[in-house]
Design a protein around this ligand. Structure first.
Ligand code: SF4
Length: 509
């Protein structure tokens, strides 16, 4: 099973995943190198950011070819396929759908030809919030329903301009979170929204350049980190070198949840190593929510650094109490309801001898619905724990994300309806403590003004449209929404803005 850091999904029940990462993107310009293979390995390192589909587009200067399919990177590509993708530049994408359903048409990179014969391929990490407005302006050729196809079509809509010049027109029209890599026959492009919500970094190979969602993907291909793509920056890389332009004034609002859970621990964000940040969060958690106990254990793997920090700060010994089955990730064999009720055992098993007769502190990165933590507390008690103290290295997740992370619906978020004491009772823990929002922000060493933390406090840094046209499946309904038609009006699906969580979020603007 391909995986970057040992986890594929945060939740333990494959049928009900937790927060889903929005996507991983990768691009390389390197004449003389096997660019498709470099892209494959880059995507492999980014697999944790999206497991629904994977794709690579390459160009040898005479044409752009794309190969993509549903599945994990290693399921989609094999040696013969990669060998057939020849060229000197390539882009790649590992997808989790944030706009549009999980279908082949919505897999990326998207591709579109202009009437002058240039072909544009594009891969996107993030989520646009003015998709409906853009959809009213442009038709996608391939019938896909992703915001990425819309942007590709917009870029192809300026036949009189170079792709670079077209991008300078199109990018300022987009609202929301986007880290794009795109290409034509000769040039690799990368662009990041003015708020820099999702990460995007630039790296250097001996004979070329690389852009990627995370520095971990640069490491895997042997590229050195040059810098982040700046918020509001478009770069173009071709035989003439690297050019940079600003399409918007930067107003950084990096995603706070990247530090908590989304990014790999070996990635660096704004100069901070994510692993070290998570250890620092665990230390703060210990100071904010001390408890007398015998053993600190993580929920593997994502709770591990914070558990280490908690143990270091509290002086309570650290150890393993739960073993993860690394090979149960995104299984395509869905468990039946009966098997699903066995729940957590699919992915975690208790180490009974470590747990029995002890007071346990168990550290996890976040609580979404609470099902996982409830199952873990029960498992630890059944294994003989005397007490179970749950510590969480993020504040309660109360608000949906419109910038590329698919949490549960607001109604499903346990912290939406219950306070900490109610959640403690619901999951059956002896005590429950979340790190505070100021404590979490301090651990990132970023000024609070440079971070998005909307899922924790409801303050959305990028305005959301007020017309209710937002949501994962918005484009699939656009054609059917007719003003005044009772058959369509106010009938947005569960992901749309007519639902309570979006309505609430809109009120909080
Ligand atoms: S709402 Fe939360 S998950 Fe979404 S970008 Fe902001 S901090 Fe990240």
């Amino acid at each position: 099973m391909p995986r970057g850091d040992g986890r594929l999904s945060h939740e333990l029940d494959p049928g009900r995943p937790g927060p889903q990462d929005s996507c991983g993107v990768f691009g390389v310009w390197a004449p003389g190198e096997e660019v498709a293979k470099l892209t494959y390995f880059g995507l492999y390192a980014l697999q944790h950011r999206g497991q629904e589909a994977a794709g690579i587009a390459v160009s040898d200067g005479s044409g752009v070819v794309v190969y993509k399919d549903l599945g994990l990177v290693a399921q989609v590509f094999d040696e013969p396929t990669l060998a057939s993708l020849r060229g000197h530049l390539a882009i790649g994408h590992a997808r989790y759908s944030t706009t549009g359903g999980s279908t082949w048409e919505n897999a990326q990179p998207t591709i579109q030809a202009t009437i002058t014969g240039t072909t544009i391929a594009l891969a996107h990490n993030g989520n646009l919030v003015n998709t409906a407005e853009l959809a009213a302006k442009v038709q996608t050729e391939d019938g896909s329903t992703s915001d990425t196809s819309l942007v590709t079509a917009m870029l192809a809509g300026y036949p009189d301009l170079s792709v670079e010049a077209a991008a300078m027109r199109v990018l300022p029209e987009l609202k929301g979170a986007f880290s794009f890599v795109f290409m034509d026959e000769d040039t690799l492009y990368a662009a990041r929204d003015a708020n820099g919500v999702r990460p995007l970094v630039l790296g250097r190979l001996d004979r070329g350049w690389v852009v990627a969602s995370e520095t971990a993907a640069l490491d895997i291909v042997g590229a050195s980190v040059v810098r982040e793509i700046e918020p509001g920056e478009l770069i173009a890389i071709d035989e003439h070198g690297l050019r940079s332009q600003r399409f918007a004034a930067p107003d950084p609002k990096g995603c706070l949840f990247e530090y908590v859970y989304l990014a790999r621990p070996d990635t660096t964000i704004v100069g901070s190593n994510v692993y070290a940040t998570r250890v620092a969060i665990g230390r703060r958690l210990a100071r904010e929510h001390p408890v007398e106990a015998d053993l600190v254990i993580p929920v593997p793997e994502s709770g591990t650094p914070a558990a280490i920090g908690y143990a270091e700060e509290s002086g309570i010994p650290y150890g393993s109490g739960l073993v993860k089955n690394s090979y149960v990730g995104r299984t395509f064999i869905q468990p039946s309801q009966t098997i699903r009720q066995l729940g957590v055992r699919l992915k975690l098993n208790p180490l009974r001898h470590a747990i029995r007769g002890r007071r346990i502190v168990v550290v996890d990165d976040s609580i979404v619905r609470g099902n996982t933590q409830r199952a873990i507390v029960r498992m630890l008690r059944e294994s003989g724990a005397l007490e179970v103290h749950v510590r969480i290295s993020s504040p309660p997740v109360k608000w949906p994300c419109f910038y590329g992370i698919d949490f549960a619906t607001r109604a499903e978020l346990i912290a939406n309806g219950l306070d900490t004491e109610g959640i403690r009772r619901s999951i059956g823990a002896d005590t429950l403590g979340y790190v505070s929002l100021p404590g979490l922000i301090a651990a990132t060493e970023q000024p609070p003004t440079r971070l998005c933390r909307a899922c924790f406090d409801g303050e959305y840094p990028i305005g959301l449209p007020g017309d209710n046209l937002i949501g994962k499946h918005v484009l699939e309904g656009v054609g059917r929404r007719v003003a005044g038609d009772p058959a369509t009006d106010g009938n947005v699906d569960a992901h749309g803005a007519a639902d309570p969580e979006t309505a609430d979020a809109l009120l909080r603007q």
